[in-house]
Design a protein around this ligand. Sequence first.
Ligand SMILES: C[S@@+](CC[C@H](N)C(=O)[O-])C[C@H]1O[C@@H](n2cnc3c(N)ncnc32)[C@H](O)[C@@H]1O
Length: 211
Amino acid sequence: MPNLIIYEEKKVEAKGLNSNNKINQEKLKSYFFEDDYQNLELLNKISIPFEKTEISLLYPGCGTDILFPLIYLDKLFPQLNKANLTFVDEDNNLGMIKTILDEVGISFSEDKSQIQFHWNHKLITLTFVMKKIENHFSELQSYDIYFEKAFRIMRDYIFDYENKILSKLNENGVIISDTGFENQNLKQITVSKELSSYKEMIIGLKKEIKN
Ligand SMILES: C[S@@+](CC[C@H](N)C(=O)[O-])C[C@H]1O[C@@H](n2cnc3c(N)ncnc32)[C@H](O)[C@@H]1O
C-alpha cells in the first residue's frame, strides 16, 4: 500500500539564510511516495551537457512541490552554485512550500513573495507568482531550465503552450517535463520513462539539430 503524505501548512518564521543548513533526510523522504523516491535514483545515470553554474528555472503549476525540482537540480546539474526559481501557480502555495522547507531543516529569508535559502551548497532564490501561467507569458523573463510535473491536463487547454514555453527558453536551455515536447526540435537526452507518472518523461536541450 502506498505511504500517506501529510501536508499541513504551519505558520513558519523566516529564520534567515544559513549556509550550514542540514537537510533532514528522513523528513524529506516522508514527502515522497516510496516509488517516486526510489525513481529519483534513475537521475544518477543522466548526464546533461550544460556548464552554467548559475541558472534560472521556470516551474508553472508547481503546487507545493519544492522538493522534486531541488533534487533534480542536485542530481542533473551538480556544478550549480546559484539558482533563481520562478514558480507560477494559480493558487498561493508559498506558505506550504515554506512549511516543507522548515520541516526538512532549511531556514530561509523572506521578502514578500520571494524567499532565499541554501540548499546543498547552492543559493536558491525562489519567486512565487500567484497567477495562471497563460496570463503571465508576456511578463516572463527568459530562463535556462523549464520544469514541469503533473500539469498535463491543465496545459492542454492553453493555446500553443509548448511553443510559448520554448520561445522564452535560452539557447542550450533544458526542458525537463513528465509529458509532451517530443515533437519539438530538441536534442533529447536518454531518460527512463519511469520518471514520469504518465511514462512520458523527456529531457531535451534547445539546440539547432543539424542533419
Ligand atoms: C496536479 S497539481 C501538480 C502540482 C505539482 N506540479 C506537483 O507535481 O505536485 C497542478 C497544479 O497546477 C495549478 N494550476 C492549474 N491550472 C493552472 C494554470 N493555468 N496556471 C498555473 N497553475 C495552474 C494548480 O493550482 C495545481 O497546483
